[in-house]
Design a protein around this ligand. Structure first.
Ligand code: UT7
Length: 338
């Protein structure tokens, strides 16, 4: 029997035509959290590696960040918006409860009346899960798909819950995908998996049908709190991201020796290091930017990919391994050749 991460292999592939990102201007240093909760810069650095994060301004929201990231990716791809056949947004902090963020973007970007949708609920695995889906869409008729990972999580988290609030940051990053073509960076394989038995230990349980928003719920002290059993999530994240990484490489017919850069989900420096170690990848082949942005959920992997490329960390023809893990539990791995 194949391992769970191989349940949903995508071998369709996709060209990566352009990348873009958007970061809110406001930088929040660790020290600033001491005004809100009983914490310290030292604790946050030692336990997470995070030094600062970006926070949305009062007038900034998910659609603003997503739009700017999308425009940057379209420009990078030299792709007019008219050529986009579908828009997919991976987010758990959408512009509104309904309709989805993707609908706002279709209008704001001036896209044709193409299908658009949000993929929500998989936390930090959202972008790679959506990439899996987009590869299939390209294999079944779409020519160009715009995929955006965005979180404005500072708007929805509990600023008095020290267990979680210090971990997150706001960001968006986008990719323009096309059908595979010569001399273009290409997604070679994607694999994704789910274990719903652990759903209650990571997520936001309020706002759905089980516990709808009500005047009573909103009066509770931690109504918006992210639920997270940190240590359990930590261990599972390492195991599943390593597993997904190996599975994606196997699908692509590549080995760990051939990986030029590992771009994991950026939740915690210790998780990143442990996953690199589990895969036997030295730290100089692991991309890390969690110190600058914290955990940006669905934006984390594309933001890291964008920054790695900007920093010249991906050689021409280089093999990039990506992995992510989030609420659900959902996880995913992808391999790309640049
Ligand atoms: O992206 C997917 C979703 N999330 C993750 O991947 C996160 C996974 N988990 C983690 O990154 C880590 O488990 C945390 C960073 C959340 C916590 O680190 P830890 O080393 O596992 O710490 P812990 O939960 O065992 O807590 C240690 C102590 C506790 O105090 P006691 O019980 O030992 O007295 C906490 O109350 O640290 C305390 N603590 C804090 N202290 C200062 C928790 N948060 C803070 C804080 N500042 N912000």
């Amino acid at each position: 029997m194949p391992p769970p991460a191989l349940y949903n292999p995508t071998m369709a592939g996709a060209a990566i035509l352009g990348l873009g990102a958007c970061l809110p201007e406001r930088v929040m240093e660790n020290e600033e959290w001491t005004r809100w909760v009983d914490t310290s810069d030292q604790w946050i650095r030692e336990r997470t590696g995070i030094e600062r994060r970006r926070i949305c301004g009062p007038d900034e929201s998910s659609a603003d960040l997503a739009e700017a990231a999308a425009r940057a990716a379209l420009a990078d791809a030299d792709c007019p918006i008219e050529e986009i056949d579908e828009i997919v947004v991976a987010t758990d902090t959408p512009e509104a409860d309904c309709p989805d963020t993707a609908a706002f973007l279709q209008h704001r970007l001036g896209a044709r009346p193409v299908p658009t949708f949000d993929l929500a609920g998989s936390g930090c695995a959202g972008f790679l899960q959506a990439l899996d889906l987009c590869c299939s869409r390209l294999a079944t008729g779409r020519r160009r798909v715009l995929l955006i990972g965005v979180e404005a999580i500072s708007r929805q988290m509990d600023w008095t819950c020290r267990d979680t609030c210090v971990l997150f940051g706001d960001a968006a990053a986008a990719v323009v995908l096309g059908r595979p073509q010569p001399n273009r960076p290409e997604v070679l394989a994607v694999t994704a998996g789910t274990d719903g038995s652990r759903a209650p230990i990571l997520g936001r349980m309020i706002g759905g049908n089980r516990i709808p928003f009500s005047a009573e719920v909103l009066k509770q002290e931690h109504w918006s709190a992210v639920v997270m059993k940190g240590r359990e999530v930590f261990k599972e994240a390492v195991t599943r991201m390593a597993e997904a990484g190996r599975a994606a490489l196997e699908l692509a017919g590549l080995s760990l020796d051939q990986v030029d850069l590992f771009v994991p989900h950026q939740a915690n420096l210790r998780i990143i290091e442990a996953t690199g170690k589990a895969l036997g990848l030295p730290l100089d082949r692991v991309f890390v930017n969690v110190q600058e942005y914290g955990n940006t959920g669905s934006a984390s992997v594309p933001l890291a990919l964008w920054e790695a490329r900007q920093a010249g960390r991906i050689p021409p023809g280089g093999i990039v391994l990506m992995t992510a893990f989030g609420a659900g539990f959902h996880w995913a791995g992808a391999v790309a050749r640049f």
